[in-house]
Design a binder for this molecule. Structure first.
Ligand SMILES: Cc1ncc(C[n+]2csc(CCOP(=O)(O)OP(=O)(O)O)c2C)c(N)n1
Length: 341
């Protein structure tokens, strides 16, 4: 029997959380994950219409990290992300209309049609920046945390990146610098075990990524990234310690992407990973396993789900319609924001 790298416990032994959190908070986490899932599925459905002028990196299967981690941040905290941006942007509260306009290369997109899916920003909600360069957001976020420290603004900066991001030299340099200066930053690694089609086990020696981070003198932990409550609790605890002057934190969340590295559909059949592995992780689907947990604990989610789903589907239709009707960028604006010849 092949052993696949899933070490989570799902929602076993989590019933204590029901006393800690309000029903509305617990249901809101489900709503936010379901919303991201449905948005991603609709992007995927429409992708081959070729009206979206951008590469895409879907977060289907990775919804719990964005939602759980962002729930522990406040609006003024800053979030940075790598190329797999949709979850981070939506989790932080980014505007869906502006996101879809951006993906359709419309003038009113969140990056003014210059960025596409990998460069989603929404400064109004602290979605500060995202980058297509693997590891590229990590030093920028570290600089933002240094600025916060200088300004004493009490903000926490968080940056999402993949396991591949930890292999860039600048990641190690940033961890070292953050540790040295005790910066208010959370390095959040979504370890989905693949960098495009290269498995982690062929790229790194067999060790936990969070242990490697710890070697930089940073408080580090690992969580089951399919469990939204575990992600939330780990991030909340890190945020509290950072606001108390506790210095940087590194969180490794073990997750899995259910779709191809980029584009629509799954690419497991190309042979770089087993279909059986994907199916095993799908049985730990972050959205459905949390739904079952809420249902088993009588949160009334079964009766609420159809209405929630209907609302979200209507919102998605409206936002796509808005994007499709939005103005194209003007040729005259091509060099706007270009600061060098
Ligand atoms: C510096 C750099 N090298 C290579 C690439 C090409 N590339 C794009 S995504 C990616 C894989 C990144 O894997 P990971 O960081 O684990 O994130 P995931 O895609 O799994 O979410 C690579 C190698 C790039 N964009 N930037």
């Amino acid at each position: 029997m092949v052993q696949y790298p899933y070490e989570g416990q799902g929602f076993k032994d989590w019933s204590g959380a029901l006393e800690k959190y309000s029903d509305s908070f617990l249901i809101d986490l489900f709503y936010k994950m379901l919303r991201i899932r449905l948005i991603e599925e609709e992007i995927e459905n429409r992708y081959f219409d070729d009206l979206m002028k951008t590469p895409i990196h879907l977060v289907i299967g990775q919804e719990a990290t964005a939602v759980g981690a962002c729930a522990a941040l406040s609006t003024s905290d800053l979030l940075y992300s790598g190329h797999r941006t949709h979850g981070a942007y939506l989790g932080k509260g980014g505007d869906l209309k502006k996101m879809l306009s951006e993906m359709h290369c419309k003038a009113n997109g969140c990056a003014g049609s210059r960025g596409g899916s990998m460069h989603l920003i929404d400064p109004d909600v602290g979605m500060a920046w995202s980058s297509a360069i693997v590891g590229g957001a990590i030093p920028i976020a570290t600089g933002a945390a240094l600025a916060s420290q200088y300004k004493s603004d009490q903000n926490v900066t968080m940056v999402f990146f993949g396991d591949g991001g930890t292999e860039e030299g600048v990641c190690s340099e940033s961890l070292n610098f953050a540790s040295l200066k005790q910066l208010p930053i959370i390095f959040f690694c979504e370890n989905n075990f693949y960098s495009v089609q290269s498995p982690l086990r062929t790229r790194q020696s067999q060790r936990d990524i969070f242990r490697w981070a710890e070697g930089h003198g940073i408080n580090s932990s690992v969580v089951d990234g399919t469990n939204v409550l575990e992600v939330y609790e780990a991030t909340k605890s890190a945020v509290e310690k950072i606001r108390d002057g506790g210095g940087p934190h590194f969180i490794e969340a073990k997750v899995y992407r259910f779709r191809a590295h980029g584009g629509a559909g799954d690419d497991s059949q190309t042979g770089y990973r087993e279909v059986e592995e994907r199916e095993m992780w799908e049985r730990h689907c972050p959205v459905e396993s949390y739904y079952s947990f809420l249902d088993q604990n009588n949160l009334g989610i079964k009766s609420q789900r159809p209405e929630l789903q209907k609302q979200i589907e209507q919102e998605i239709r409206d936002c796509f319609e808005h994007a499709l009707k939005s103005p194209e960028p003007k040729k005259a604006d091509l060099f706007k924001y270009v600061y060098a010849d």
